[in-house]
Structure formats: C-alpha cells, structure tokens
Design a protein around this ligand. Structure first.
Ligand SMILES: Cc1cc2nc3c(=O)[nH]c(=O)nc-3n(C[C@H](O)[C@H](O)[C@H](O)COP(=O)(O)OP(=O)(O)OC[C@H]3O[C@@H](n4cnc5c(N)ncnc54)[C@H](O)[C@@H]3O)c2cc1C
Length: 434
C-alpha cells in the first residue's frame, strides 16, 4: 500500500514541472566525462524491470537524476575537486527543484513522501557522480542532517529549516563529531545551558561536511550532566548567529570537492524553540537515523564499485602487456570476477535490509554488516583495480585513483569498521559481560 502511494506520487512527479528536462550540452573532456556515467547494465533481469525492490517509478526517478548528474555535475567535478569545494547552494537548488533532496520526507514540507527504498535508489544513482565528495555532501543534506528534524521537530522548526533544505534553498550540515569524540558519540563536550527562553552553546565540532557553506547545523550538545545517553539534545542552529566560528577548512586525503570544517561555538544564543523534539533525547534520535545513514552509504558506494570495475575492464582490455591485453591474463579477469561477485553479494544484503526496513523492521544488524562489508570491499576494489591500471592508476587523471582515495573514508566515517563489529557482536551476544 505504502509503495502504491509512493508510486502514485512518483508518477505525479514524473509528469510535473519538477522533473528534470533533458537539455543538450557539450562537455569539456576531463577525468569527469571521458567515460560516460551511464548505468552499468549486464542484461540481467533486474535492470530489465524484474527487480526485487525497485519498480518502474524507482527507475524513472533514477533516470531523471542521471540527467542532472550528466549535465550539471559531472562536467565540473574535476574543477571542483581542484578547488577543494563545490557550489553547494547552486547544486542543491537544482536537486531541490527536481525533488531529490527530500525523496522520503513528508509532502507538506516539500518532500516526495516516498518510502526509504526510493532514497536508496537515489543514493545508488548519485554513485555515478565522478567523485565521492559531492554524493557525500548531498547525503548529509538529504539523509543525515534532516531525518531527526523531519521525525521529531516542531511544525515551526520544520517550516524554518526542513522545507528550505528539501527545496535546496538552505544548505545543512551535521555537528556530531568533535576533536575528542568521534566513534564514542556519548563523550561529546559541547554544552547547551538553558538561560530563560534561550540556550547558550559553547564548544566545538570537528569534521563537519558542508561546514564552510552551510546555512544551519543540526547540532548535538549536552543539555545536562545526567547519564551520557540521556543528557544530549539536537538543535537547529543558524550558522550566522554571533559566536559561530568556522575555524578552518580541513585538508584531506580524499573527498576533495566536499568542504570539511572545524567549528567553534562561543556563547551562541539560540531560542529554546530550536530544540528538535524533547530535551535529553538527542542521542537516541541520532542513533535512530544511523540505520538509514548506513544503508544510504552502502547504496552509494555500490555504484561506484560497479563503475570502477567496468572502467578497469575497458582499460585493461585495450592495454597490452606481453603481447596480450592485461585483461586476458587470468589473474586479472579472475580477480575482477571475484570482486564483482562480492559487489553482488553486498547488493543483495542492501536490498534485503531495505525491503525489511520499509516493512517497519529494525535492520540495525544487517545495516551494520552492510556498512562494514561496504568499507572493506571498497578498499579491495580500489586497491586491486588501481594495480591493473599500472602507472596510469597512480596518476590523478583517472577515476580509479580518486576512488582509491575517496572510498577510504567508508571504513572510518559514520561509524568505523570496529564500531560496526561491536554492534554486530552485540546482536550475536558475544561481547564480554561486565
Ligand atoms: C571527510 C569526513 C567527513 C565527515 N563528516 C562528518 C559530519 O558531517 N558530521 C559529523 O558529525 N562527523 C563527520 N565525520 C566524522 C566521522 O564520523 C568520524 O571521523 C568517525 O566517527 C570516527 O571518529 P574519529 O575520527 O574521532 O576516530 P576515533 O573515534 O578517534 O577512532 C579512531 C579509530 O579507533 C578505532 N576504533 C574505534 N572504536 C573502536 C572500538 N570499539 N574497538 C576497537 N577499535 C576502535 C577505529 O579504527 C577508528 O578508526 C567526518 C569525517 C571525515 C573524515
């Protein structure tokens, strides 16, 4: 029933002014457009309409997004990577107009009101962007900084922050991690102390994606000295308030086109009404959205891995060593077959977890397994494929070297591999008892 409602909305969307029109463009030749970002199709039944979780509406949504990626994003990726930033306001407005920033968000706040399988489909398609930084920045806006607000925020807050974020008029960021607290979210130090009808915020956030461009931050802060899982609250904090300082833009190994900031908050006064949901529930709200965040990340990296394997096949097929193509050496095509098999296994896990999730099940165990495997597999795909490109793989001119750098984050961000293992062990009841 939920799917049918979603399909109806999606049909309306396809026919509405929002749906992106194909316009012609002449691209510049660069790493970003040497190889088309067309989906990798293998003639299998899934891409021909018999898919386990996707309907024709999912495919229509993907196709529409593909046009935006090919016309508005990929031709500029090399430049934005070199500049260390992409124009978030411009790109988010284009995506917001077309409905892609609120696929599973409520219709009354500009969303499409579809179930989470549509967000997974969108994330898969965003994997066709020829870098990791821009999809990550989009994911922060659509599926990391806004889910708690959409679920628990007041109508007034949603109008002020959610609606413009879904429409692409405001850029959002998520402030959870700090200099001394990443994996252990419970140990954050940023404090929000109530004074009359305001909270006064002091502290700092680290690794804030979109942080130098954002209009507001979904901020996690301690609102009492109580137990660490019950003393935190989430706030919608405008970034232009006095006392909000962007300390620096962080230089990184990869994800170059995504800006990452260190932020400080110095006696920042925010009205009490800017709290999301109930005081003291911030940690719980944050943990709740991790299932979606992790499934989203896996969906995104799956497409990138497909594309890297395909480009490696294309390159090694024409590159000759010892009188035959690199590809035709058995160690090469066997390795690529192994990697593609693992990618398919991961896809099955993702789609199974997504199918269970949209039926209302808790899929924390499966989502954690998928995230763990996604990080590890991306490292294998990046390393093995780069090897087969030889010296070319070591240059900045090819996608495989960018993927090698960018995908390393998958095992660290949004919960490191070890944190995923800890969650899986909890479900397996194998952790030592106190
Ligand atoms: C490019 C980038 C963008 C990011 N964007 C955001 C953002 O927008 N918002 C935000 O809030 N955060 C963001 N982060 C932060 C990210 O989520 C954290 O980096 C991540 O949670 C790990 O925290 P940490 O870096 O403090 O590592 P630490 O917590 O110091 O962990 C270091 C290492 O310790 C190991 N470890 C951790 N736990 C265990 C364990 N239980 N057992 C054994 N070993 C363990 C792991 O190997 C881990 O990598 C971003 C990070 C990066 C690099």
């Amino acid at each position: 029933m939920a799917l049918r409602k979603g399909a109806l909305r999606c049909n309306m969307l396809v026919n509405s002014r929002h749906f992106y029109k194909l316009t012609s463009f002449v691209g510049v030749r660069s790493v970003s457009d040497k190889v088309s970002s067309k989906p990798v199709t293998s003639g299998d039944p899934e891409t021909l309409g018999d898919h386990l979780i996707y309907t024709q509406e999912h495919f229509a949504l993907k196709e529409s997004l593909r046009k935006i990626i090919d016309q508005e994003i990929n031709p500029h990726v090399d430049q934005w990577e070199a500049e260390g930033k992409f124009p978030a306001h411009k790109i988010f407005k284009i995506l917001g107009n077309a409905g892609f920033l609120g696929v599973s968000k409520p219709v009354e706040y500009g969303g499409l009101g579809l179930d989470f399988s549509y967000s997974v489909a969108v994330s898969e398609e965003l994997g066709n962007i020829r870098c990791g930084g821009i999809p990550m920045a989009i994911g922060v806006q659509s599926d990391m900084a806004t889910p708690a607000l959409a679920r628990f925020g007041s109508a007034e807050l949603k109008k002020e922050f959610l609606l413009p974020s879904i429409m692409g008029d405001k850029v959002a960021c998520l402030g959870v991690s700090e200099v001394g607290a990443g994996s252990d979210v419970s140990s954050i130090k940023t404090k929000a102390v109530r004074e009359g009808d305001e909270y006064v915020i002091n502290g700092g956030k680290m690794w804030t994606t979109n942080g130098t461009q954002a209009d507001w931050i979904c901020l996690l802060a301690n609102t009492s000295d109580g137990p660490p899982h019950r003393n935190k609250s989430l706030f919608c904090l405008p970034m232009n308030l006095p006392g909000v300082h962007i300390a620096r833009k962080i230089d990184k190994l990869g994800m170059w086109s995504s800006d990452t900031a260190e932020l400080f908050f110095d006696d920042v006064r925010v009205p009490c009404k800017n709290i999301i949901g109930q005081e003291g529930m911030g940690f719980t709200y944050q943990m709740l959205q991790f299932q979606e965040e992790r499934l989203w990340a896996v969906a995104n990296i799956l497409t990138m891995m497909d594309n890297i394997i395909q480009e490696t096949i294309q390159y090694t097929r024409q590159r000759k060593v010892f009188k035959q193509s690199v590809l035709h050496h058995q160690s090469v095509h066997f390795r690529l077959a192994e990697l593609q098999t693992e990618v398919e296994l991961l896809r099955s896990l993702l789609h199974r977890a997504t199918a269970l999730y949209i039926k209302g099940n808790d899929v924390t165990r499966l989502a954690s397994m998928a995230k763990l495997k996604g990080g590890r597999l991306a490292r294998e795909v990046g390393d093995s494929c780069l090897q087969f490109w030889g010296g070319m793989g070591f240059t900045s001119d090819v996608l495989v070297s960018r993927f090698y750098r960018d995908s390393r984050l998958m095992s660290i961000g949004a919960g490191a591999d070890e944190v995923m293992l800890g969650i899986i062990c909890k479900y397996m009841d194998t952790l030592p008892k106190n």
